[in-house]
Design a protein around this ligand. Structure first.
Ligand code: 13P
Length: 241
């Protein structure tokens, strides 16, 4: 399996800015064949980015979706609409959805099931807060997120990607050490019924990607802030082994 380098732009980049970011990025990583590159722009930029990356090696993902296919859910987006635009991936359970928007394990389980049904590859995020880590509850929290999130679909986890994103490392500049990340990845792998790629996310930068990717338990990275600058993201894509 190719290492996966995914850039989650969060609520950044309007359509015009998205166009120039992707155009520059394509010039920098267009020749990379041995890594799976995924860009995850905000919904409003999906059409323009989809058009630009069509026929390239860059894949498209969305940051969220609703669990229903259509209906009276004002302000929500169906996974079917994402597929129609050319998305192959969708992030489910990002910590900002869990902690800022209040999404529960049960809601995330419904979303994961729908994504599976319609053929979108979920990037399912788990991770502990700083307090939970200090209390020694990292494994307990992740185990709960996995058990509840994957309820009834444990045997289909090979059709998804997992992402370990410790909340204390997101946007803080505090990266988990390669060893801390690898330890949790090993724990997650032990909880899964089938093989799945496990990405690390949380302050991944050009300066730390090489040492993180040395760990064989880390199958790729989910990058926030550093994916907004094409040069930084390209350097992360081209991490050296
Ligand atoms: P940062 O890389 O900005 O810490 O964000 C990580 C993240 O949340 C990716 O989904």
């Amino acid at each position: 399996m190719k290492p996966i380098i995914a850039g989650n732009w969060k609520m950044n980049k309007d359509p015009g800015e998205s166009r120039s970011l992707v155009q520059t990025l394509m010039g920098l990583v267009g020749d990379v064949k041995d890594r799976e590159i995924i860009v995850i722009p905000p919904f409003t930029s999906l059409p323009i980015v989809a058009e630009l990356v069509r026929n390239s090696s860059i894949k498209l993902g969305a940051q969220n979706m609703h669990w229903e296919r259509s209906g009276a859910f004002t302000g929500e987006i169906s996974g079917l609409f994402l597929l129609a635009l050319g998305c192959e991936y969708v992030v489910i359970g990002h910590s900002e959805r869990r902690h800022v928007m209040g999404e529960t394990d049960e809601v995330l389980n419904k979303k994961l099931k729908t994504a599976l049904d319609i053929g979108l590859i979920s990037i399912f995020c788990v991770g502990e807060t700083e307090k939970e880590r200090e209390q020694g509850r990292t494994e307990e929290v992740i185990s709960r997120q996995l058990t509840n999130g994957l309820k009834d679909i444990e045997n289909e986890v090979h059709k998804m990607i997992l992402a370990y994103e410790p909340v204390w490392a997101i946007g803080t500049g505090k990266t988990a050490t390669p060893q801390q990340a690898a330890d949790v990845h090993t724990f997650i792998r032990g909880q899964l019924k089938k093989q799945s790629s496990i990405l690390y996310g949380g302050s991944v930068k050009p300066e730390n990607v090489d040492t993180l990717m040395v760990e064989k338990e880390i199958n790729g990275v989910l990058v926030g802030g550093a994916s907004l600058k094409p040069e930084s993201f390209a350097r992360i894509v081209k991490y050296s082994q």
